[in-house]
Design a protein around this ligand. Sequence first.
Ligand code: NAD
Length: 280
Amino acid sequence: MANIPSVQLNNGVTMPQLGLGVYLVPDNETAATVAAALELGYRLIDTAAAYQNEEGVGQAVRASGIPRDEIFVTTKLWNAHHGYDKTLRAFDESLRKLGLDYVDLYLIHWPLPMKGLAGETWRALERIAKEGRARAIGLSNFTPAQIDQLLAQAEITPAALQIELHPTFNQPDVRKYASQHGITIESWYPLGGQRNKDSLLALPLLADLGKKYGKSPAQIVLRWHTQLGLVVIPKSSNPGRIKENSEIFDFTLAPDEVAAISALDTGVRLGPNPDTASFE
Ligand code: NAD
């Protein structure tokens, strides 16, 4: 079974450093996929209201026989539900679908600066945290400027920030900001995402390092994330790959190898821009 290390969030809660992302896993396949991951030793599952598979996640967590406090469940507030009251209702609905009494981490999925509701939405998350219904609260896709704005009125500093982050877009400025503010970064599109993973994983540097360590390019990339101190949540519904992705803690990249992977940065974002994304 995979032996996955943990990181400590700024409120003392510990979180596994590697988990399973379930974006694009159909709800009717989610329970089996999550069950396979839990069986392999995964203890962090990353879902969202928008992925429409919270029910499958909850079903697998509840049926696993693993004590609830040994599994870390993240879900996210969808864009249509910004605003204080709407957030509280959307959170109730997520808990109902999950069939759980609490989540470990609740995130605002996108900042939607054009709506101007992030402040009151965050106040609702603070209430949820104070009620003990989320052990930690955080943000996704917020920029440092957007977080600064939120912090000016916030009572609770976000524990985590989930953002697009992979070798070709590794966001050094945001990593520095997060470390100065005690915010843990989680990488989404850690392998480049469904559309770009083949071109990312074909980069010769990753193949060369894979040969050196007897690992796949995907394992090299995931190890790079964890050596940077990031939490990583690769998605797969293939049990072989779910296992492969967890077998990354038995080797260590040298500092110059970590730096060489970081130097693949092009500054080009593959996903939506947090300043302009307005979809619901
Ligand atoms: P990813 O980088 O995890 O890539 C997934 C793709 O890589 C899939 O096609 C999968 O089949 C493939 N893959 C997985 N393991 C592999 C391996 N070992 N070798 C080769 N290919 C492999 O992209 P993602 O799923 O978009 O992101 C991961 C998770 O991040 C999501 O599932 C979701 O939980 C989260 N996410 C969050 C946001 C956000 O806005 N907060 C956005 C996107 C994703």
